[in-house]
Design a protein around this ligand. Structure first.
Ligand SMILES: [Zn+2]
Length: 298
C-alpha cells in the first residue's frame, strides 16, 4: 500500500509531499516518513487524557507510536501491517478511538473553533476556521493599502536616517580615506530610519529608501567639496561665510573635471550603498511577499 493510494481513499489533497483532508469531524495530514512508514498528524485540543488514547490506538496492529506535542497529535503507521485491512475500516477505527477518548480537532490559529479547511500561507499549511482566516486576510488587505501618512512618516525617517549616515561619509573623507564606503552607512541608516518610523515593507519602500540614499550621497559629496574649499580658503587666510561657500561649490561644479569627479564619487557611493543594502532590500521584498500573500484554502 502506497501513501498515494491510501490518501486517495479519502480524496485527500496533495501539497508538496504531504496529503491533507478530513474524515468524519477530523482534519489531518499524512506524510511519508520512510519506506512503509507514514505519519498521521492533526491539530487537537490537548484537554484529553493521553495515556488511555495511546493505549487504545497502540492496540491497532498498524500503529507503532503515538505522540502529542504542542497541540499536534501524531500517529506513526506501519503500512505493511495495513495490507490486510480495508483503508476505510482503518480510518473508522482510528477516529472512533479518538472520538471516544475526547480528542477534538481545533483551528490552529484561535485554538477554539473546529477547523473549516486546510489553509496555506507563507509555505505553511494548517487547519483553521473561516473566522480566523477572514480576520487575518482583512488585516493583510489593510496593511497592503497603507495611507499617505504612513508613507510620509517612512519617507521622513528614511531621509533623516540617510542624512545622518552621510555624516559617516564626510568623516571618512575628512580623515582622507575612500569616502564612497560611507554609502554602506547611508543605506543602512536610511533603512533603519524608514522602519523605525513605521514605514511598511513593500515595493514602494524600496523607491523611497533608494531616493533617500541618492539625496544623501549627493549631499555628502557636495559637503565634502565645500569643506575642501573652506580649508583651501582658510589656508590662504580668507574668511568665507557658509552661504558663499555653498555658492562657490556650485560654481566649482561647473568645471567639467570637478563635476566628473563629483559624479564618479556619487556612482561609487551608490554602488557601495547598493552592495551594503542588498541584504536589507532582500528582507524588504521577502517581507512584502509574505505580508501581501493572503491565506488561501488548499
Ligand atoms: Zn480559528
Amino acid at each position: 500500500m502506497h501513501l498515494e493510494d491510501f490518501s486517495a481513499t479519502l480524496n485527500l489533497r496533495k501539497s508538496n509531499e504531504s496529503y491533507y483532508g478530513h474524515y468524519l469531524q477530523y482534519w489531518f495530514e499524512l506524510n511519508q516518513i520512510e519506506k512503509n512508514i507514514i505519519s498521521l498528524s492533526m491539530v487537537v485540543d490537548e484537554s484529553f487524557s493521553f495515556e488511555p488514547l495511546k493505549e487504545s490506538l497502540l492496540e491497532m496492529d498498524c500503529i507503532t507510536d503515538i505522540e502529542v506535542h504542542e497541540n499536534l497529535l501524531e500517529a506513526t503507521i506501519n503500512m505493511e501491517a495495513l495490507k490486510n485491512i480495508n483503508t476505510i475500516e482503518f480510518f473508522n477505527e482510528f477516529f472512533a478511538i479518538c472520538k471516544k477518548s475526547g480528542v477534538k480537532p481545533i483551528c490552529k490559529l484561535c485554538q477554539i473553533n473546529l477547523p473549516n479547511a486546510y489553509f496555506k500561507h507563507d509555505n505553511k499549511i494548517f487547519p483553521s476556521c473561516n473566522e480566523c482566516v477572514d480576520d487575518a486576510n482583512r488585516l493583510k488587505k489593510a496593511i497592503q493599502s497603507p495611507d499617505l501618512r504612513t508613507y510620509m512618516r517612512g519617507s521622513i525617517g528614511a531621509l533623516f536616517g540617510a542624512l545622518l549616515g552621510s555624516v559617516v561619509w564626510v568623516i571618512i573623507a575628512l580623515i582622507g580615506f575612500f569616502a564612497a564606503i560611507g554609502g554602506v552607512a547611508i543605506s543602512y541608516a536610511a533603512y533603519m530610519g524608514y522602519t523605525k518610523l513605521g514605514g511598511i515593507s513593500n515595493k514602494k519602500s524600496i523607491i523611497i529608501i533608494g531616493l533617500s540614499i541618492l539625496v544623501a550621497v549627493v549631499f555628502a559629496e557636495f559637503v565634502c567639496i565645500a569643506i575642501e574649499l573652506y580649508r583651501h580658503f582658510s589656508a590662504d587666510g580668507i574668511e568665507v561665510g557658509l552661504l558663499n561657500i555653498i555658492l562657490i561649490t556650485f560654481y566649482i561644479l561647473g568645471d567639467s573635471e570637478v563635476f566628473g569627479e563629483f559624479i564618479r564619487n556619487i556612482l561609487l557611493g551608490l554602488l557601495f550603498a547598493g552592495l551594503g543594502s542588498w541584504g536589507l532590500l532582500k528582507d524588504i521584498l521577502e517581507n512584502a511577499k509574505a505580508t501581501n500573500a493572503l491565506i488561501e484554502e488548499i
